[in-house]
Design a binder for this molecule. Structure first.
Ligand SMILES: C[S@@+](CC[C@H](N)C(=O)[O-])C[C@H]1O[C@@H](n2cnc3c(N)ncnc32)[C@H](O)[C@@H]1O
Length: 394
């Protein structure tokens, strides 16, 4: 069971803003008013800067995850968010059992994308309320990315003291369902020394008698996603032979941070190339996109750090005030003239299908994108799991 946190800002649900001081609130309010005014002026044509053209992306993330034939295996999704993991498993040929997600708005996106899926949202999607025994013996893979805020470098790293820590709930589901494989994903902060004891006592010890567990880190850029995005994975196999057959998915692409081998692999595109922007002689992977739902307040910025800002500046791309679509971005030129991102651009940078039905408000859509596992990374992982489970078929 989770414990109630005591540190400031961790007693609220993960998707609510932190409790701010009056001064902090006033500063944020002033910034919001200034940018809303600039946006209104731009839309009213009062902006002196010229529009930037609407560019067509060169990267189609679906090319990174060609749909495979049904493999006869089933996957149940917990903490499904906007569906990054679900897309990866679906395109790798897994049957979709159900998705559980507490935010009704996120569940609505999954239903809109896949009316044929069983999606539980809101109270009925709250994993704390579910009796998982009904799925026992019916699920090959149970996957989930419990909220990462308790462990994220961008947060306060209160771990188990944070009310948002849902990893024990994931473990409860694994124990009740006993899938052949579980896949648990989180921010790489969870793999640091600070959380070593937590990982041992909360994930490894409760499950190691029934599962052979592997822990490793994957970077989405190794699978063609134009973004540096590292995630830690815990993959557990109930069967020892299947566990021995499992291989961590090898990179399918090389990029500016690739080390050693892989020279023959296709190159992961940089931000400018992926979005189809004109060449400037400078291109690179996108810094990790931050979620619009985390941090002190909801935001339409994808900026994750000071070093990220330097990189965005070099790329000539403006990471704040993301626009709802490319037409809106083109008419609302950033103060410094840099290219303004839109939601469809962020989908591409995260490896989502360009038409994935995330919608306004922009901060919420960015929350789903920035919280997700990049689908091509999930796809390669799903494939590696499928190969270990039924090697003859694949
Ligand atoms: C890191 S995101 C998961 C992203 C997802 N794996 C993907 O690839 O898009 C964590 C999700 O857990 C959801 N969540 C948090 N508490 C929950 C609960 N008690 N029951 C169900 N979902 C919950 C959040 O709303 C959030 O969407």
């Amino acid at each position: 069971m989770y414990r109630q946190g005591t540190a400031r800002g961790t007693e609220t649900a993960w998707y609510q803003g932190w409790d701010l001081t009056e001064n902090e609130r006033a500063t944020f309010r002033a910034t919001t008013i200034a940018s809303q005014q600039a946006k209104r002026q731009a839309i009213a044509g009062e902006c002196t800067a010229s529009k930037h053209p609407i560019y067509s992306p060169r990267l189609d993330p679906l090319d990174l995850m060609p749909r495979l034939h049904a493999n006869g295996l089933s996957a149940l999704s917990l903490f499904s968010g906007g569906g990054g993991m679900d897309i990866g498993f679906d395109r790798a040929g897994f049957g979709h059992v159900a998705s559980y997600e507490i935010m009704e708005g996120a569940a609505a996106v999954l239903r809109a994308a896949h009316p044929d899926w069983t999606v539980y949202g809101g109270d009925s999607g709250d994993v704390r309320r579910v009796e998982w025994g009904k799925y026992r013996g019916k699920v090959d893979v149970l996957h989930g990315g419990p909220p990462c805020q308790p462990f994220s470098n961008a947060g306060r790293q209160n771990g188990a003291l944070d009310v948002r820590d849902m990893i024990p709930e994931f473990v409860r589901a694994v124990k009740a369902i006993r899938p052949r494989v579980f896949v648990c994903e989180n921010v790489s902060g969870l793999a640091t020394k600070r959380f070593e004891e937590y990982v041992k006592s909360t994930i490894i010890e409760p499950l190691e008698r029934q599962y052979v567990i592997r822990q490793f880190i994957l970077n989405a850029a190794d699978y063609g996603v134009p973004q540096t995005r590292r995630r830690v994975l815990f993959v557990g196999f109930a069967d020892k032979e299947e566990a021995a057959r499992f291989e961590i998915p090898a990179p399918t692409h090389r990029h500016d941070q690739s080390k050693g081998s892989g020279h023959n692999l296709p190159k992961t595109m940089g931000v400018r190339e992926a979005l189809g922007l004109p060449e400037t002689g400078v291109d690179a992977l996108s810094p990790t996109l931050r979620s619009g739902l985390t941090g002190p307040r909801h935001t339409t910025s994808v900026l994750s750090s000071v070093s990220a800002l330097k990189l965005w500046n070099k790329l000539g791309v403006w990471p704040n005030g993301v626009a709802v679509d490319r037409a809106a971005a083109s008419g609302y030129v950033a103060k410094n003239g840099d290219f303004r991102l839109s939601l469809p651009d962020c989908l591409v940078l995260q490896g989502f299908p360009g038409d994935w039905p995330v919608q306004r408000p922009v901060y919420f859509a960015l929350g789903l994108i920035g919280n997700s596992v990049a689908p091509p990374m999930a796809y390669n992982l799903a494939n590696a799991v499928a190969k270990a489970l039924c090697p003859a078929k694949l």
